[in-house]
Design a protein around this ligand. Structure first.
Ligand code: FMN
Length: 405
């Protein structure tokens, strides 16, 4: 009888297990993964071995379990596992592991593998509700998410401590669905060089003051990470933000609209897709003062402004097949303004959001937007996490790239 290929055949998973009471649930997950054909090697922390024996994982995975960085029989395991993995899964992830990953520490085998690997990392936290809600844990989760790590939110329910609250290990179905989607993510951007701009620009008034806007850069960074995961060669041109540059992405940091224009033009020719998600200042002070402006009396002060270079218009003039996407942050007449900008700037697609809507403005982790192309409205995307919106926008772009071919 012919052997049928299973859904995860050929996929290599490094499965990290932390010292949580939920460690026993890792056994069921391991079973599900191997049933689907995945080749799984388990790495246990020293604390995890207090909860469950390596022998159980060894028997189910068919591989020796790794518990120690310094193993004379396999002293390069950390690099081999890091380089060969299609996915690193840490489940359950303790508060301690999340903190150590967020600090970039490599003081045990699991954290060393994570630092040495470019594979997607999926973290499934399990801890008491109080620990999960601690500001330091939340800060670490935020740091990891900003660097492109997938972290599942714990669920609400009864906890091992006897309390009811947030911190409950997510359901097996939710974890499996994330694993499968990360392992079977389409590599449909492999042939694309994607140039993305993100964040605000700062235009100097004097050496200590500047004109800026409320853009956080989160939408542009989410797009860059999503395109990278789908195989794109990425260039990210970013204005000043508090976000950490995503690992593995060629990131160019700029401050002013003029610097952003120069950086974008430098990479425009080889780009196949250009997504301008930055909120570039429209005006800048005419003549920034060389020294700090002093407060003199109480008289009114006015600032003469002149237009900044219009990056989209100058790019459109040099367009040679690039698929160009613009963003429009509006406070009124959304569709009309987006349609006008689409035509005026020679764009292939525009994403417009009403920044006055709760959850859809600058700085939030969510967004809601309408998407238009030359034929009119193509999608009305309701409020959703920016990471999810990035995936939906890349899907819409992909369909149009395929039509051009
Ligand atoms: C019975 C017991 C249950 C525990 N459960 C958890 C847990 O669910 N989540 C967590 O973050 N820490 C939990 N801890 C604490 C961790 O085991 C401890 O922080 C340890 O240092 C984690 O090591 P690791 O992150 O290297 O696995 C538990 C400790 C004990 C004694």
């Amino acid at each position: 009888m012919p052997v049928t290929k299973k859904q995860l055949s050929g996929k290599r998973v490094v499965f990290g297990v932390g010292g949580s009471i939920a460690a026993y649930k890792a056994i069921l997950l391991l079973r599900r993964l191997t049933d689907l054909g995945a080749d799984v090697e388990v790495v246990m922390t020293t604390s995890a071995c207090e909860f469950i024996t390596p022998l159980t994982f060894q028997t189910l995975s068919g591989h020796p379990v790794h518990t120690n960085t310094f193993n004379p029989d396999d002293n390069m395991a950390h690099l081999r596992l890091a380089e060969n993995a299609d996915l690193i899964l840490v489940s359950p992830a303790t508060a301690n592991l999340i903190g150590r990953f967020a600090q970039g520490m490599a003081d045990d085998l699991l954290s060393t593998i994570i630092l040495a690997s470019h594979a997607p990392l999926l973290v499934v936290p399990a801890m008491d509700g109080g620990m999960w809600q601690h500001p330091l844990v939340q800060q670490n989760v935020k740091t990891l998410r900003e660097t492109g790590v997938e972290i599942l939110d714990p669920e609400f329910g009864s906890l091992a401590s006897g309390h009811i609250g947030w911190g409950r290990f997510p359901s097996e179905e939710a974890i499996m669905s994330s694993i499968i989607s990360l392992l079977t993510m389409p590599g449909d951007y492999h042939d694309e060089v994607v140039l993305i701009t993100a964040g605000p620009t700062h235009e100097a008034i004097d050496p200590v003051r500047y004109i800026a806007n409320r853009s956080s850069g989160k939408m542009g960074y989410a797009l860059a990470q999503a395109a990278q995961k789908r195989g794109a060669q990425m260039v990210l041109v970013t204005g000043p933000t508090s976000l950490t540059p995503p690992p593995g992405i060629h990131t160019i940091s700029v401050t002013t609209a003029e610097e952003m224009r120069d950086a974008v033009h430098k990479h425009f020719e080889r780009a196949t897709v250009v997504i301008m998600a930055a909120a570039v200042a429209d005006y800048r002070p005419d003549q920034p003062a060389k020294t700090k402006l002093k407060k003199q009396g109480r008289e009114q002060v006015s600032l003469a402004l002149s237009p900044t270079p219009d990056i989209l218009t100058s790019l459109s003039a040099q367009k040679s097949g690039q698929f160009m996407v613009g963003f429009a942050a509006e406070t009124e007449h959304l569709i009309e303004e987006a349609t006008r900008k689409l035509k005026a700037k020679g764009l292939d697609m525009i994403v417009a959001n009403d920044v006055t809507k709760p959850g859809a403005g600058f700085g939030s982790d969510t967004n809601a937007a309408v998407v238009l192309d030359a034929h009119g409205l193509v999608a009305d995307l309701p409020l959703m996490p920016k990471r999810e919106m990035a995936t939906k926008l890349l899907d819409l772009i992909r369909i149009r790239l395929n039509q051009q071919k």
